[in-house]
Design a protein around this ligand. Structure first.
Ligand SMILES: Nc1ncnc2c1ncn2[C@@H]1O[C@H](COP(=O)(O)OP(=O)(O)OP(=O)(O)O)[C@@H](O)[C@H]1O
Length: 289
């Protein structure tokens, strides 16, 4: 499998349709969805509850039934890929879910949880494994001694940091982030989003960032796909869509975004200046802007 270079899509979703079957009944949750994601970029996938966002994320991960269309990752067709072959990609494709408990084994120490992906894919000595784990734990802003503790001994925000560490320790190129901050308090959401934005940049990750909340994806997304009832209603560069949403549904979603706050607006202007100067803006606060 080739490694794409900048300008070449890492992920190419074309005319995707997903149909859930329950006995003789079937339900088409997603149809005619197409988008691309280049290495090192972030695509925000937004829409109301039930619009099909998680279904698309799961289809990419091989967890939802693709009925037609194509999902290509680094040139390989994922939609029809056998499970064993897909497993070989698990060091390159990772996922962060809303609820960190779903990706953390509560009976295992954090050190054990972080060692697992490394043991699967890399031949490291015990000392090298420990070094990688300690470095990753520090990188997500937790003390090194965290590796001896269990998930229940951490707050929700800290647990999400651990889930992020687990997803990233094997150096993936692409991460599906499915509502990763929705279950967290607003102030903690900002911290975790800043962490994700920093790691995305420093590790050159491509992110598919799923959220029902436009204000959450605003600062991190290069491009946006807006979904309604399983179909794309609008897509393009994020700044363009935020500045000039053309579809009434996007306008409604944006209008439903909470009322601007003067401090947050000033912070946003500052962030735009930073972006224009060449850097990706940090996310100063995630109050509803
Ligand atoms: N396993 C399933 N079987 C049948 N229908 C499903 C299944 N999973 C999801 N659906 C339906 O597919 C539609 C899209 O669901 P999906 O979870 O993808 O939406 P979403 O935009 O991620 O919403 P939410 O944020 O609430 O999860 C919904 O109508 C949902 O009820």
């Amino acid at each position: 499998m080739s490694t794409p270079t900048a300008g070449t899509p890492l992920l190419e979703v074309t005319d995707l349709a997903v149909e859930y079957r329950n006995g003789r009944r079937s339900f088409r949750a997603v149809q005619d969805v197409s988008f691309t994601l280049e290495p090192g970029r972030t695509l925000g996938l937004v829409g109301e509850s039930g619009s099909g966002k998680s279904t698309i994320g799961r289809a990419i991960l091989g967890l939802a039934p693709v009925s037609s269309g194509s999902v290509r990752f680094a040139g390989a067709e994922l939609a029809t890929m056998k499970r064993a072959e897909r497993r070989t990609l698990s060091d390159r494709i990772q996922v962060i879910f809303q609820d960190p408990y779903s990706s953390l084994d509560i009976t295992k120490t954090i050190g054990y949880t972080l060692a697992e992906p490394l043991n699967h894919h890399e031949r490291l000595s015990r000392e090298q494994t420990l070094q990688r784990i300690r470095a990753m734990v520090r990188r997500v802003g937790l003390p090194e001694e965290s590796i001896h503790r269990y998930p229940a001994q951490f707050s929700g925000g800290q647990r999400q940091r651990i889930a992020i560490a687990r997803a990233l320790i094997g150096n993936p190129t692409f991460v599906v982030c499915d509502e990763p901050v929705s279950a967290l308090d607003l102030s903690i959401q900002a911290e975790v989003m800043n962490l994700l934005a920093e790691l995305q940049k420093s590790m050159g990750l491509a992110l598919l960032f799923i959220s029902h909340d436009l204000s959450v994806v605003r600062h991190i997304s290069d491009d946006l796909v807006v979904l309604k009832d399983g179909r794309v209603v609008e897509q393009g560069p994020a700044e363009q869509i935020y500045a000039n949403p053309t579809h009434p549904y996007t306008q409604t979603l944006l209008a439903a975004s909470p009322v601007p706050d003067p401090d947050a607006q000033a912070a946003r202007r500052e962030a735009r200046r930073a972006a224009a100067a060449g850097g990706r803006p940090s996310i100063p606060t995630l109050e509803r802007i």
